[in-house]
Design a protein around this ligand. Structure first.
Ligand SMILES: O=P(O)(O)OC[C@H]1O[C@H](O)[C@H](O)[C@@H](O)[C@@H]1O
Length: 606
């Protein structure tokens, strides 16, 4: 029996739990708090506020409150074999993190001893999923909580299990651990944590990782054994509940008719809203294969020609990522080859999606946002998007739909929390979207569920999505070179890359102030956004990486040369003959580009 009470601030006795008796203890390497904190993913925002965790213990609904947190999860390397990427998510590390989450949850929930808390565990298709699932289960049961394993699942479904009322399926659960590293390579993995209040933000992840470091050092002191988790682990096919609820929600969204019999009113929902539609699904061998047989087919869509539905954690066909060019090419080809009406593609854990229409036109990034805006019944309200969205999207939302565009920050949790925040101060918002493919609707509990977005789009009968987004001004050139900051570059003087990135941005901002041809965006929440030369650009720090992504959009090609000159030459950005204006690979290999970019900009303007 492990005793984790010392890792809780207000320990609640959850009963005696027997597990993992260290019959044959293994020696494990020494790790400290700093090592655990390196597993945190995500960057704090200036708007960060504290979640009202009080409501977790009182049970009050806090979905409408301001969460003010940004995306954050825990990620590491789970599989050996890639040079320079040592394994950081070992079984003992994972078990310690899960136990720490359990201890954190016990603290926040403050339940009495008679109620045992339940945590559901799901995973995507990665090859390390089962090993990590067992270690997570051991950590949770060792802390005296129950585990419900869902197996292969999507991240939105996992969050949903905190909301579903279904005793037979052991729902709702008190907490969730989703084992996923989204679209990252096969050797990585990680954890997303949820309560019914949503995904845990950075301060809580930090708290959990610090507790995990203490638990881990206790493993070292007492001896670690990876014996099977105790009997308080049950398995449930929760995806069956989730998909049937999704089908019901789509039927409801598709419309209804009401019949009155005496005093009884019966509502009939549209049973076959997708009848006659041929939709191809590309799950990229991630967790999204269920969407064809369990969601689209019950809604009467034809799904023949769908591809890569079988989970395969080596992702042999393409990266499961709607932002990836090869992935978009694969789904486009499948739609054209099968003469389908629509193609839908997901990332590994199905919180992001993109579409392709029958003409082969891709709907990702700004066009996807536009598509989502059109499909949101409340397009006339405020639409929150990330910072990299185009000026064309603003005109579309404001001029064509009569809504308001609130361009905020990158990060799905940032846009969702901002939309929740706007509602709480009286500004109506129903949709929060990101060019990465995340999108969340108020009607769906602000859950960024790629499957829900794709299945619930309101359709006016048109099979060509380009008709829908008519009026969206599209740029002649749109590129996103990602300028890598070389962390060992002498300019950093050994300091953090984030500080260096911020200094580069400040420098750029100052240079722009003295240039009459460029206008700084009057309202901007991150990085430096500038208009001029019939276009705009945004330079901002990446949420995760030592990189400054640079989005450039220009409405007509001739003007681009000037911009291009600004970012060219000594910064080593290259043209190629065939209109591929910037070679992304070359850029990502570069050293200290951010700085050179700014210096060269200033040189050009003198
Ligand atoms: O800041 P970047 O490096 O462009 O990455 C930002 C992206 O990271 C992840 O993929 C998140 O899921 C997205 O919500 C976010 O937009």
């Amino acid at each position: 029996m492990r005793n984790y009470s010392k890792y809780q601030t207000g320990f609640v006795n959850q009963g005696t739990v027997y597990c993992n008796a260290a019959s044959s203890a293994t020696a494990i390497p020494s790790l400290d708090k700093a090592d655990f904190l390196k597993l945190q993913n995500g960057r704090a925002t200036s708007r960060q506020t504290d979640v009202d965790m009080q409501s977790l213990s009182t049970g009050s609904n806090m979905k409408e409150k301001t969460l003010g947190l940004m995306l954050s999860d825990s990620r590491g390397v789970a599989v050996a074999g890639i040079e320079g990427e040592p394994v950081t998510l070992t079984e003992p590390v994972t078990e310690a993190i899960a136990a720490a989450f359990a201890a954190w949850l016990l603290d926040k929930k403050k339940v009495d001893a008679s109620r045992r808390l339940k945590i559901s565990i799901g995973h995507d298709s990665r090859i390390s999923a089962h090993m990590l699932q067992e270690a997570v289960s051991r950590g949770i049961t060792g802390a005296g909580l129950d585990v419900v394993q869902y197996g292969l699942a999507s991240t939105p479904a996992m969050f949903n299990s905190t909301l579903t009322e279904h005793e037979a399926f052991l729902c709702p659960v008190d907490g969730v651990i989703m084992i996923t590293a989204s679209h990252l390579p096969y050797n990585r993995n990680g954890f997303k944590f949820f309560t019914y209040a949503g995904g845990l933000g950075k301060p809580y992840i930090k708290d959990i990782l610090e507790r995990a470091a203490d638990i881990y050092s206790n493993f070292r002191a007492e001896g670690y054994s990876d014996k099977k988790a105790s009997a308080s682990v049950r398995k449930v096919d929760y995806m069956a509940v989730y998909t049937s609820d999704l089908v019901k929600a789509v039927r409801k969204a598709a419309g209804s008719r009401t019949a009155c019999y005496s005093l009884i009113v019966i509502i009939f929902y549209e049973e076959k809203p997708l009848e006659g539609f041929h939709i191809i699904v590309d799950a990229g061998n991630g967790a999204g294969g269920f969407f064809a047989a369990k969601v689209l087919e019950p809604l009467s869509a034809i799904t023949s020609g769908s591809q890569f539905l079988k989970p395969d954690g080596m992702f042999p066909n393409h990266t499961p990522n709607p932002e990836d060019k090869a992935a978009m090419k694969a789904i486009t080809q499948a739609v054209l080859d099968n003469k389908a009406d629509l193609g839908v593609i997901f990332d590994t854990d199905v919180d992001r999606s993109a579409a392709v229409d029958s003409t082969g036109c891709e709907f990702n990034q700004n066009r996807l946002n536009c598509f989502n805006v059109c499909h949101c019944a409340r397009g006339r309200t405020t639409i929150v998007t990330d910072s990299a969205t185009s000026d064309g999207l603003t005109s579309f939302i404001e001029k064509k739909l009569g809504g308001k565009h609130h361009r905020f920050k990158r990060g799905y949790k940032n846009v969702i929390d901002e939309a929740i925040c706007l509602n709480s101060v009286g500004e109506e918002s129903h949709l929060a979207i990101e060019t990465s493919g995340h999108g969340a609707l108020k009607e769906n509990h602000w859950l960024d569920d790629g499957a829900y977005l794709m299945a619930s789009g309101r359709n006016d009968g048109s099979k060509v999505l380009t008709d829908l987004v008519e009026g969206l001004e599209e740029p002649a050139v749109a590129v996103e070179p990602r300028l890598k900051i070389n962390q060992s570059h002498p300019d950093l003087k050994g300091g953090p890359f984030r500080d260096y990135g911020e200094a580069v941005l400040k420098h750029l901002e100052n240079s722009i102030a003295s240039d009459p041809e460029l206008q700084k965006a009057p309202v901007n929440y991150e990085g430096v956004r500038v208009s001029g030369f019939r276009g705009w650009f945004l330079l901002r720090p990446s949420l995760h990486d030592p990189v400054l992504p640079l989005n450039i959009e220009i409405s007509s090609k001739p003007k681009f040369s000037k911009y291009f000159f600004v970012f060219k030459s000594k910064a080593d950005l290259q043209t190629s003959q065939n209109n591929q204006l910037i070679d992304h690979n070359l850029i990502s290999r570069g050293n200290g580009f951010g700085c050179k970019l700014v210096q060269f900009y200033r040189y050009e303007k003198r």
